[in-house]
Design a protein around this ligand. Structure first.
Ligand code: SF4
Ligand code: SF4
Length: 371
Protein backbone atom coordinates (compact mmCIF):
# COMPACT_ATOMS: atom_id res chain seq x y z
CA UNK A 1 0.00 0.00 0.00
CA UNK A 2 1.75 3.16 -1.18
CA UNK A 3 0.03 5.29 1.49
CA UNK A 4 2.27 3.49 4.00
CA UNK A 5 5.38 4.92 2.33
CA UNK A 6 5.27 8.04 4.50
CA UNK A 7 5.34 5.88 7.66
CA UNK A 8 8.14 3.72 6.24
CA UNK A 9 10.16 6.82 5.45
CA UNK A 10 9.69 8.43 8.88
CA UNK A 11 10.44 5.19 10.74
CA UNK A 12 13.46 4.58 8.49
CA UNK A 13 14.98 8.00 9.15
CA UNK A 14 13.28 9.68 12.11
CA UNK A 15 16.21 12.07 12.61
CA UNK A 16 15.76 13.59 9.14
CA UNK A 17 12.02 13.89 9.78
CA UNK A 18 12.54 15.65 13.13
CA UNK A 19 15.09 18.08 11.72
CA UNK A 20 12.76 19.00 8.83
CA UNK A 21 9.75 19.29 11.14
CA UNK A 22 11.64 21.72 13.35
CA UNK A 23 12.74 23.80 10.38
CA UNK A 24 9.20 23.90 9.02
CA UNK A 25 7.30 24.65 12.24
CA UNK A 26 9.92 26.45 14.33
CA UNK A 27 8.62 24.47 17.33
CA UNK A 28 10.59 22.64 19.99
CA UNK A 29 11.32 18.92 20.22
CA UNK A 30 11.56 17.00 23.49
CA UNK A 31 13.33 13.63 23.56
CA UNK A 32 12.33 10.72 25.77
CA UNK A 33 13.22 7.04 26.16
CA UNK A 34 10.42 5.39 28.04
CA UNK A 35 6.69 4.63 27.73
CA UNK A 36 6.08 6.19 31.16
CA UNK A 37 6.75 9.62 29.67
CA UNK A 38 3.53 11.65 29.90
CA UNK A 39 3.59 12.74 26.27
CA UNK A 40 0.31 14.63 26.51
CA UNK A 41 1.96 17.30 28.71
CA UNK A 42 4.80 17.82 26.23
CA UNK A 43 2.34 18.03 23.35
CA UNK A 44 0.07 20.45 25.21
CA UNK A 45 3.08 22.77 25.60
CA UNK A 46 3.37 22.93 21.81
CA UNK A 47 6.44 20.70 21.50
CA UNK A 48 6.96 17.45 19.65
CA UNK A 49 7.49 14.42 21.92
CA UNK A 50 10.25 12.39 20.25
CA UNK A 51 11.12 8.85 21.29
CA UNK A 52 14.85 8.14 21.11
CA UNK A 53 15.59 4.68 19.73
CA UNK A 54 19.36 5.02 19.47
CA UNK A 55 21.72 3.64 16.92
CA UNK A 56 21.84 0.01 15.96
CA UNK A 57 25.31 0.55 14.50
CA UNK A 58 28.65 0.38 16.30
CA UNK A 59 28.72 2.00 19.72
CA UNK A 60 32.03 3.74 20.43
CA UNK A 61 31.59 7.11 22.19
CA UNK A 62 29.02 5.89 24.73
CA UNK A 63 31.42 3.21 25.96
CA UNK A 64 33.50 5.92 27.62
CA UNK A 65 30.53 6.65 29.91
CA UNK A 66 28.46 3.47 30.22
CA UNK A 67 29.57 -0.04 31.00
CA UNK A 68 29.32 -2.50 28.13
CA UNK A 69 26.77 -4.43 30.21
CA UNK A 70 24.11 -1.70 29.85
CA UNK A 71 21.38 -2.44 27.30
CA UNK A 72 21.94 -1.33 23.71
CA UNK A 73 19.01 1.09 23.92
CA UNK A 74 20.62 3.41 26.46
CA UNK A 75 24.09 2.93 24.96
CA UNK A 76 22.78 3.56 21.43
CA UNK A 77 20.83 6.65 22.52
CA UNK A 78 23.87 8.13 24.25
CA UNK A 79 26.04 7.28 21.25
CA UNK A 80 23.78 9.26 18.92
CA UNK A 81 23.57 12.19 21.35
CA UNK A 82 27.36 12.34 21.71
CA UNK A 83 27.77 12.06 17.95
CA UNK A 84 25.56 15.14 17.51
CA UNK A 85 22.80 13.23 15.69
CA UNK A 86 20.13 14.48 18.11
CA UNK A 87 20.97 18.14 17.63
CA UNK A 88 17.30 18.92 16.87
CA UNK A 89 16.34 18.21 20.51
CA UNK A 90 15.67 21.14 22.82
CA UNK A 91 15.65 18.99 25.90
CA UNK A 92 15.07 15.52 27.27
CA UNK A 93 12.71 13.97 29.78
CA UNK A 94 13.70 10.99 31.92
CA UNK A 95 10.94 9.24 33.84
CA UNK A 96 12.17 7.32 36.85
CA UNK A 97 11.94 3.74 35.60
CA UNK A 98 14.64 1.09 35.10
CA UNK A 99 18.12 1.49 36.60
CA UNK A 100 19.73 1.92 33.16
CA UNK A 101 17.49 4.88 32.28
CA UNK A 102 18.04 6.44 35.72
CA UNK A 103 21.83 6.17 35.40
CA UNK A 104 21.69 7.37 31.81
CA UNK A 105 19.82 10.45 33.02
CA UNK A 106 22.79 11.53 35.20
CA UNK A 107 25.34 10.84 32.46
CA UNK A 108 23.17 12.59 29.88
CA UNK A 109 22.77 15.68 32.05
CA UNK A 110 26.53 15.95 32.55
CA UNK A 111 27.72 15.15 29.04
CA UNK A 112 25.12 15.88 26.38
CA UNK A 113 24.22 19.48 27.02
CA UNK A 114 20.72 20.09 25.63
CA UNK A 115 19.06 23.31 26.85
CA UNK A 116 16.95 21.51 29.48
CA UNK A 117 16.81 18.19 31.29
CA UNK A 118 13.83 17.01 33.34
CA UNK A 119 13.66 13.98 35.65
CA UNK A 120 10.17 12.75 36.46
CA UNK A 121 10.29 10.79 39.70
CA UNK A 122 7.27 8.55 39.26
CA UNK A 123 6.33 6.04 41.97
CA UNK A 124 7.76 2.54 41.54
CA UNK A 125 5.01 0.80 43.45
CA UNK A 126 1.75 1.61 41.70
CA UNK A 127 -0.74 -0.26 43.86
CA UNK A 128 -0.26 1.37 47.25
CA UNK A 129 -2.85 3.66 48.84
CA UNK A 130 -0.65 6.73 48.38
CA UNK A 131 0.65 5.96 44.85
CA UNK A 132 -2.19 7.61 42.92
CA UNK A 133 -2.00 10.89 44.85
CA UNK A 134 1.78 10.89 44.54
CA UNK A 135 1.59 10.16 40.80
CA UNK A 136 -0.86 13.06 40.36
CA UNK A 137 1.49 15.41 42.23
CA UNK A 138 4.48 14.28 40.13
CA UNK A 139 2.55 14.94 36.91
CA UNK A 140 1.57 18.40 38.18
CA UNK A 141 5.25 19.12 38.86
CA UNK A 142 6.17 17.80 35.41
CA UNK A 143 3.59 20.14 33.87
CA UNK A 144 5.17 23.09 35.71
CA UNK A 145 8.67 21.93 34.66
CA UNK A 146 7.58 21.77 31.01
CA UNK A 147 5.96 25.20 31.23
CA UNK A 148 9.22 26.64 32.49
CA UNK A 149 11.46 24.71 30.07
CA UNK A 150 9.36 25.53 27.02
CA UNK A 151 8.27 29.01 28.15
CA UNK A 152 4.64 28.14 27.48
CA UNK A 153 1.77 27.89 29.90
CA UNK A 154 -0.35 24.77 29.69
CA UNK A 155 -3.93 25.39 30.70
CA UNK A 156 -6.48 22.65 31.35
CA UNK A 157 -8.19 23.21 28.00
CA UNK A 158 -4.92 22.68 26.08
CA UNK A 159 -4.18 19.57 28.09
CA UNK A 160 -7.69 18.23 27.51
CA UNK A 161 -7.24 18.76 23.77
CA UNK A 162 -3.94 16.85 23.76
CA UNK A 163 -5.57 14.06 25.75
CA UNK A 164 -8.36 13.80 23.15
CA UNK A 165 -5.82 13.73 20.32
CA UNK A 166 -3.75 11.01 22.00
CA UNK A 167 -6.85 8.96 22.83
CA UNK A 168 -7.77 9.09 19.13
CA UNK A 169 -4.25 8.08 18.06
CA UNK A 170 -4.09 5.20 20.53
CA UNK A 171 -7.56 3.99 19.52
CA UNK A 172 -6.53 4.17 15.84
CA UNK A 173 -3.41 2.08 16.36
CA UNK A 174 -5.37 -0.40 18.44
CA UNK A 175 -7.91 -0.68 15.62
CA UNK A 176 -5.14 -1.56 13.15
CA UNK A 177 -3.78 -4.11 15.64
CA UNK A 178 -7.25 -5.65 15.90
CA UNK A 179 -7.60 -5.79 12.10
CA UNK A 180 -4.25 -7.54 11.87
CA UNK A 181 -5.20 -9.98 14.61
CA UNK A 182 -8.37 -10.84 12.66
CA UNK A 183 -6.48 -11.10 9.36
CA UNK A 184 -2.66 -11.09 9.75
CA UNK A 185 -2.13 -10.81 5.98
CA UNK A 186 -3.85 -7.41 5.83
CA UNK A 187 -0.69 -5.49 6.79
CA UNK A 188 2.85 -6.76 7.30
CA UNK A 189 4.47 -6.76 10.74
CA UNK A 190 7.17 -4.37 9.58
CA UNK A 191 4.60 -1.91 8.19
CA UNK A 192 2.67 -1.99 11.45
CA UNK A 193 5.95 -1.44 13.27
CA UNK A 194 6.66 1.55 10.99
CA UNK A 195 3.28 3.04 11.98
CA UNK A 196 3.94 2.58 15.70
CA UNK A 197 7.49 3.93 15.51
CA UNK A 198 6.33 6.94 13.46
CA UNK A 199 3.58 7.53 16.02
CA UNK A 200 6.28 8.12 18.63
CA UNK A 201 8.26 10.68 16.64
CA UNK A 202 6.05 12.49 14.15
CA UNK A 203 3.67 15.45 14.34
CA UNK A 204 0.70 14.01 16.22
CA UNK A 205 -1.95 15.99 14.30
CA UNK A 206 -0.57 14.80 10.95
CA UNK A 207 -0.38 11.31 12.44
CA UNK A 208 -4.03 11.37 13.43
CA UNK A 209 -5.08 12.26 9.85
CA UNK A 210 -2.76 9.65 8.31
CA UNK A 211 -3.98 6.95 10.67
CA UNK A 212 -7.63 7.62 9.77
CA UNK A 213 -6.72 7.32 6.07
CA UNK A 214 -4.84 4.02 6.55
CA UNK A 215 -7.67 2.57 8.63
CA UNK A 216 -10.22 3.47 5.93
CA UNK A 217 -8.02 1.86 3.24
CA UNK A 218 -7.41 -1.28 5.28
CA UNK A 219 -11.16 -1.63 5.81
CA UNK A 220 -11.68 -1.60 2.05
CA UNK A 221 -9.00 -4.22 1.37
CA UNK A 222 -10.20 -7.69 0.40
CA UNK A 223 -9.42 -10.28 3.05
CA UNK A 224 -6.03 -11.91 2.70
CA UNK A 225 -6.19 -15.65 2.07
CA UNK A 226 -2.83 -16.29 3.67
CA UNK A 227 -2.78 -18.42 6.84
CA UNK A 228 -0.11 -17.89 9.47
CA UNK A 229 0.88 -19.55 12.73
CA UNK A 230 -0.19 -16.99 15.33
CA UNK A 231 2.40 -15.60 17.73
CA UNK A 232 2.65 -12.96 20.44
CA UNK A 233 5.78 -10.84 20.84
CA UNK A 234 6.57 -9.91 24.46
CA UNK A 235 9.29 -7.81 26.04
CA UNK A 236 10.46 -4.21 26.13
CA UNK A 237 11.26 -2.08 23.15
CA UNK A 238 11.62 -3.57 19.68
CA UNK A 239 14.51 -2.03 17.78
CA UNK A 240 14.70 -4.96 15.38
CA UNK A 241 11.90 -4.65 12.81
CA UNK A 242 13.84 -7.06 10.57
CA UNK A 243 12.52 -9.93 12.64
CA UNK A 244 8.97 -9.49 11.26
CA UNK A 245 9.72 -10.48 7.64
CA UNK A 246 11.86 -13.39 8.84
CA UNK A 247 8.99 -14.66 10.98
CA UNK A 248 6.50 -14.15 8.15
CA UNK A 249 8.72 -16.02 5.71
CA UNK A 250 8.81 -18.86 8.22
CA UNK A 251 4.97 -18.93 8.13
CA UNK A 252 4.15 -17.08 11.35
CA UNK A 253 2.76 -13.64 12.14
CA UNK A 254 2.78 -11.55 15.29
CA UNK A 255 -0.94 -11.09 15.97
CA UNK A 256 -0.52 -9.01 19.15
CA UNK A 257 2.30 -7.92 21.39
CA UNK A 258 3.23 -6.88 24.89
CA UNK A 259 5.91 -4.33 24.01
CA UNK A 260 6.73 -0.69 24.79
CA UNK A 261 6.78 -0.22 21.01
CA UNK A 262 3.32 -1.75 20.83
CA UNK A 263 0.44 -2.31 23.21
CA UNK A 264 2.18 -0.63 26.18
CA UNK A 265 2.19 2.51 24.05
CA UNK A 266 -1.47 2.53 23.06
CA UNK A 267 -3.48 0.60 25.65
CA UNK A 268 -5.71 2.52 28.02
CA UNK A 269 -7.56 5.70 27.18
CA UNK A 270 -7.33 8.75 29.44
CA UNK A 271 -10.65 10.00 30.87
CA UNK A 272 -11.76 13.08 28.94
CA UNK A 273 -13.77 14.60 31.78
CA UNK A 274 -12.73 16.01 35.14
CA UNK A 275 -9.25 17.12 36.14
CA UNK A 276 -6.89 16.23 33.24
CA UNK A 277 -3.86 15.68 35.48
CA UNK A 278 -5.72 13.18 37.69
CA UNK A 279 -7.00 11.47 34.53
CA UNK A 280 -3.42 11.13 33.23
CA UNK A 281 -2.28 9.75 36.59
CA UNK A 282 -5.04 7.17 36.39
CA UNK A 283 -3.99 5.93 32.95
CA UNK A 284 -0.30 5.62 33.74
CA UNK A 285 -1.02 3.92 37.08
CA UNK A 286 -3.70 1.55 35.78
CA UNK A 287 -2.05 0.46 32.54
CA UNK A 288 -0.46 -3.00 32.72
CA UNK A 289 2.90 -2.20 34.24
CA UNK A 290 6.28 -2.92 32.73
CA UNK A 291 8.78 -4.83 34.91
CA UNK A 292 10.45 -1.60 36.02
CA UNK A 293 7.29 -0.84 38.03
CA UNK A 294 5.40 -2.91 40.56
CA UNK A 295 1.62 -3.27 40.47
CA UNK A 296 1.02 -6.83 41.62
CA UNK A 297 2.90 -10.11 41.77
CA UNK A 298 0.98 -11.68 38.94
CA UNK A 299 -0.56 -8.93 36.73
CA UNK A 300 1.91 -9.33 33.85
CA UNK A 301 1.72 -13.13 33.91
CA UNK A 302 -2.08 -13.13 33.85
CA UNK A 303 -2.13 -10.45 31.19
CA UNK A 304 0.21 -12.39 28.90
CA UNK A 305 -1.84 -15.57 29.18
CA UNK A 306 -5.02 -13.55 28.52
CA UNK A 307 -3.46 -11.97 25.41
CA UNK A 308 -2.52 -15.42 24.07
CA UNK A 309 -6.06 -16.70 24.61
CA UNK A 310 -7.86 -13.62 23.30
CA UNK A 311 -5.85 -13.64 20.08
CA UNK A 312 -5.86 -17.44 19.66
CA UNK A 313 -2.07 -17.41 19.57
CA UNK A 314 -0.08 -20.62 19.52
CA UNK A 315 3.09 -19.34 21.15
CA UNK A 316 5.03 -16.40 22.53
CA UNK A 317 8.38 -15.00 21.41
CA UNK A 318 10.14 -13.07 24.18
CA UNK A 319 12.22 -10.31 22.68
CA UNK A 320 14.65 -9.00 25.27
CA UNK A 321 17.58 -6.68 24.75
CA UNK A 322 20.76 -8.15 26.20
CA UNK A 323 21.53 -6.78 29.69
CA UNK A 324 17.95 -5.57 30.16
CA UNK A 325 17.63 -6.55 33.82
CA UNK A 326 13.92 -5.75 34.38
CA UNK A 327 12.73 -7.92 31.50
CA UNK A 328 15.29 -10.66 32.21
CA UNK A 329 14.15 -10.82 35.84
CA UNK A 330 10.48 -11.09 34.84
CA UNK A 331 11.10 -13.68 32.12
CA UNK A 332 11.24 -16.84 34.34
CA UNK A 333 7.96 -15.98 36.04
CA UNK A 334 6.23 -15.14 32.76
CA UNK A 335 7.50 -18.37 31.20
CA UNK A 336 6.21 -20.30 34.20
CA UNK A 337 2.73 -18.80 33.64
CA UNK A 338 2.86 -19.85 29.99
CA UNK A 339 4.20 -23.34 30.80
CA UNK A 340 1.33 -23.91 33.22
CA UNK A 341 -1.07 -23.27 30.34
CA UNK A 342 1.02 -25.35 27.88
CA UNK A 343 1.80 -22.27 25.79
CA UNK A 344 5.18 -22.72 24.04
CA UNK A 345 7.63 -19.85 24.13
CA UNK A 346 10.96 -18.85 22.65
CA UNK A 347 13.47 -16.46 24.20
CA UNK A 348 15.32 -14.17 21.81
CA UNK A 349 18.02 -12.06 23.43
CA UNK A 350 19.27 -9.39 21.08
CA UNK A 351 22.04 -6.80 21.13
CA UNK A 352 22.14 -3.71 18.94
CA UNK A 353 22.56 -5.73 15.72
CA UNK A 354 19.84 -8.02 14.43
CA UNK A 355 21.39 -11.50 14.05
CA UNK A 356 21.95 -12.72 10.47
CA UNK A 357 18.71 -13.67 8.73
CA UNK A 358 19.74 -17.33 8.33
CA UNK A 359 20.41 -17.71 12.04
CA UNK A 360 17.09 -16.09 13.00
CA UNK A 361 15.18 -18.09 10.40
CA UNK A 362 16.56 -21.38 11.78
CA UNK A 363 15.47 -20.48 15.32
CA UNK A 364 12.00 -19.37 14.20
CA UNK A 365 11.49 -22.37 11.93
CA UNK A 366 12.36 -24.86 14.66
CA UNK A 367 10.07 -23.04 17.11
CA UNK A 368 7.21 -22.94 14.62
CA UNK A 369 7.64 -26.65 13.81
CA UNK A 370 7.32 -27.40 17.50
CA UNK A 371 3.98 -25.56 17.85
S1 SF4 B 1 10.23 -1.54 29.68
FE1 SF4 B 1 9.48 -0.04 31.16
S2 SF4 B 1 11.27 1.14 31.73
FE2 SF4 B 1 11.76 0.11 29.80
S3 SF4 B 1 11.15 1.57 28.21
FE3 SF4 B 1 9.42 0.24 28.53
S4 SF4 B 1 8.12 1.32 29.99
FE4 SF4 B 1 10.16 2.25 30.09
S1 SF4 C 1 13.79 -1.50 30.32
FE1 SF4 C 1 15.51 -2.74 29.61
S2 SF4 C 1 15.73 -2.24 27.44
FE2 SF4 C 1 14.48 -0.63 28.37
S3 SF4 C 1 15.98 0.93 28.90
FE3 SF4 C 1 15.68 -0.33 30.71
S4 SF4 C 1 17.30 -1.88 30.62
FE4 SF4 C 1 17.14 -0.93 28.59
Amino acid sequence: MKELDAFREIAGNPYAYAAQWKKKTGNKIVGYFCSYTIEEIIHAAGALPYRIFGTTEHIIRADAHLQAYCCSLVRGGLEDALAGKLGFLDGTVFPHTCDSIQRLSDIWRLNVGFPFHVDVILPVKLNSASARGYMTDVIRTFRADMEMALSRSIDDAMLAESIRLYNGIRAGIEEIYRMRSADPGIISGSDLYAIVKSAMVMDRRDLSVMLADIIARLKKKSPSKKKYRRLILAGGICTHPDIYPVLEKAGAAVVWDELCTGTRFFEGAVKESGDPVSALAERYAERINCPAKHASVDARGRNLVDIVKQHQAEGVVFLILKFCDPHSFDYPYLKEYLDRENIPSLLLELEEHTPPEGQLATRFESFIEML
